[in-house]
Design a protein around this ligand. Structure first.
Ligand SMILES: [Zn+2]
Length: 137
């Protein structure tokens, strides 16, 4: 059952991604909500690469340049959800890619392969929102 839930979550994120390219990305957010609910119901943790893709507060499926802003400061990546304003901080692994640290000041500070960056979550302490937060159905 857990394995099926995992596959279903993967499907939903794939759908969300394809839907986010369309004129009505609200459906993408809906898929994120469903995926999170499945994760909660079957106590399946969403993979780190999926957890990067959406807002923990409003479940918006993040599309760079549309509803999320990513900034890098001092080895910390700060992603701000433009839908609800929630910030998500992730510390980037310092030894991972030395090339990005000596980047010339260009217009696009966001590294392309950010999904593969090893990281530590630094969510703000006032809100411990785990994906497993209990939700009675
Ligand atoms: Zn949000």
């Amino acid at each position: 059952m857990v394995r099926i839930a995992g596959e279903r979550i993967a499907d939903l994120f794939a759908l969300a991604e394809s839907e986010s390219a369309r004129p009505h990305p609200e459906l993408a957010n809906r898929y994120v909500v469903l995926a999170r609910k499945i994760g909660m119901r079957y106590n399946v943790r969403l993979l780190p690469e999926y957890r990067e893709l959406y807002c923990r507060r409003c479940s918006a499926f993040w599309v760079e340049g549309r509803n999320v802003r990513t900034r890098l400061r001092a080895g910390v990546r700060v992603r701000t959800c433009l839908a609800c304003g929630r910030e998500r901080r992730t510390r980037l692994h310092p030894s991972r890619s030395p090339a990005t640290q000596s980047l010339p000041a260009g217009p696009s500070p966001v590294s392309r392969d950010e999904a593969s960056v090893a990281e530590v979550e630094l969510d703000s302490p006032e809100e411990q929102d785990e994906d497993e937060e209990s939700e009675e159905g």
